[in-house]
Design a binder for this molecule. Structure first.
Ligand code: PEP
Ligand code: MG
Length: 369
C-alpha cells in the first residue's frame, strides 16, 4: 500500500472510531451485499425485493396477478417461494452476522405487466389474437391508474394481493431457518413500505407474525425477527407516535417523503423545471439530492422524537438517496438517527462524513479532518 492508501485507510479507521451513525448499504443481490461489506457496510438498510420479480420470473408474476381463482394464484406464489428463499439465503449469507432489512414488495403492480398501448396495438394488428393477450389487456386496463406512485403499491399491495405478503415472509423465515441450521448468524428484519396509518402496519404486522409463528412451529426453530416500517409519507411522520406502537424500527424513505411533502414527482422533476428553480435560487440544491432541512427534515425530526417517546427501543435510520449525501448525513447525525443506508459505492465517503459529523458536534476528536 502506498502513502495515499495508508492516509485514506487511517482517516476511515479514525472516522469509524468516533462516528455514532452506523453505515449500512442499499443492496439486493449477494454480489452487491459482498461488495458493500468489503467497503465497510455494517449491514443492509434496504433490500428492495422488486427486481427479484423481473426477468424470467415475470411470467409467474403475471400469473399471480391474472390468476382466475385462488388456486391459480396460489400455484404462482408456490412457484415463486423457493426462488425468493434462494434470493434471501444468498444475501443473508453475504451479510452473515449483520442486520439485513428486507422490504416487502413496493412498486405498482402494473410495472410487471406489459405496456397498455403496445399491447392494444399488437392485438389490433393481429388477425387471430392470442386469448392470453386479450386477457392480459383486460387486466392491464383494470389495473390502470392515473397516478401509480399514489396508487396500489407498498403496504396497499401487500394487503390487497392475497398470499403475496405471506409468501415473501415465509421465504425470509425459511432462509433464516436454513442459515441457522447451517451454523450461520442471520439477522433478517422485515420492513413494510408506504405506511400512512398505524392500522395498515398493524394488519401487515399481524400477518407477518402469523407466518413467522407458522414456520417456527413447522421447523421447531423460534423466529423473533424485528418488524418495522418505512416512514415515507407526511402522514406517517405526523402520526409517528401511533405508528411506533406497532414498529420495532423506522426507516425514513426520503425519496418518497420528499416527493410527497413537496408534491414533486421524483421521476419527472429533474427533467422539467428544476434547472429553472435552481437558476432562480428557489432551491439551492435539488431536495432529492440533499435533505430539505426546513420541510422534509422537520418531518424526520418530529417522527424520531414522537417515535422514541412512545417506544424508547425504536431503531431509526434513513434509506433514501439522502443517506449517502454529505450534508444530509450531518443532518441525520444531529437528528439522532441510528444509521444511514446508501449505495455500496458511497459507503466509504458516508463513513468519513459520519465521523466528521461526530467531530463537528464535539462527540469525536478533531483529527478526523
Ligand atoms: C424512498 O422512498 O426513499 C425509498 C428508499 O424507497 P424507494 O426509493 O424504493 O421508493
Ligand atoms: Mg419509497
Amino acid at each position: 500500500t502506498g502513502p495515499v492508501t495508508e492516509a485514506v485507510l487511517g482517516a476511515l479507521a479514525h472516522a469509524d472510531s468516533v462516528r455514532r451513525l452506523e453505515v449500512r448499504a442499499n443492496a439486493d443481490t449477494p454480489e452487491d451485499a459482498a461488495r458493500a461489506r468489503a467497503l465497510g457496510a455494517q449491514g443492509i438498510g434496504l433490500c428492495r425485493t422488486e427486481h427479484m420479480f423481473l426477468g424470467e420470473r415475470r411470467a409467474l408474476v403475471e400469473a399471480m396477478i391474472l390468476a382466475r381463482d385462488d388456486a391459480a394464484r396460489e400455484e404462482a406464489l408456490a412457484a415463486l417461494l423457493p426462488l425468493q428463499r434462494e434470493d434471501f439465503t444468498g444475501i443473508l449469507t453475504a451479510m452473515d452476522g449483520l442486520p439485513v432489512t428486507i422490504r416487502l414488495l413496493d412498486p405498482p403492480l402494473h410495472e410487471f405487466l406489459p405496456d397498455r398501448t403496445e399491447l392494444a396495438v399488437r392485438l389490433a394488428s393481429t388477425a387471430q389474437p392470442d386469448p392470453h393477450d386479450r386477457e392480459l389487456l383486460r387486466a392491464v386496463e383494470r389495473m390502470h391508474e392515473q397516478n401509480p406512485m399514489l396508487g396500489l403499491r407498498g403496504v396497499r399491495l401487500c394487503l390487497a394481493v392475497p398470499g403475496l405478503m405471506a409468501m415473501q415472509v415465509r421465504a425470509v423465515a425459511e432462509a433464516v431457518t436454513a442459515r441457522l441450521h447451517d451454523g450461520g448468524h442471520p439477522r433478517a428484519e422485515i420492513m413494510i413500505p408506504l405506511v400512512g396509518t398505524v392500522e395498515e402496519l398493524r394488519l401487515a404486522r399481524s400477518e407477518t407474525e402469523r407466518v413467522l409463528a407458522e414456520v417456527a412451529t413447522e421447523t421447531g426453530t423460534p423466529l423473533d425477527l424485528p418488524i418495522g416500517t418505512m416512514i415515507e409519507l407526511p402522514r406517517a411522520a405526523l402520526t409517528a407516535g401511533r405508528i411506533a406502537e406497532a414498529a420495532d424500527f423506522f426507516s425514513f424513505g426520503t425519496n418518497d417523503l420528499t416527493q410527497t411533502t413537496w408534491g414533486l414527482s421524483r421521476d419527472d422533476a429533474e427533467a422539467s423545471f428544476f434547472p429553472l428553480y435552481l437558476e432562480k435560487g428557489v432551491f439551492g440544491v435539488s431536495p432529492f439530492e440533499s435533505i430539505d432541512q426546513e420541510g422534509v427534515g422537520r418531518l424526520v425530526e418530529l417522527a424520531v422524537e414522537a417515535g422514541l417517546a412512545v417506544n424508547p427501543g425504536l431503531e431509526t435510520g434513513v434509506c433514501g438517496e439522502h443517506g449517502g449525501d454529505p450534508d444530509s448525513i450531518h443532518f441525520f447525525h444531529r437528528a439522532g438517527l441510528d444509521y444511514v443506508s446508501c449505495s455500496p459505492f458511497r459507503i466509504p465517503a458516508a463513513r468519513l462524513e459520519a465521523g466528521r459529523a461526530a467531530v463537528t458536534d464535539g462527540t469525536g476528536t478533531s483529527d478526523t479532518r
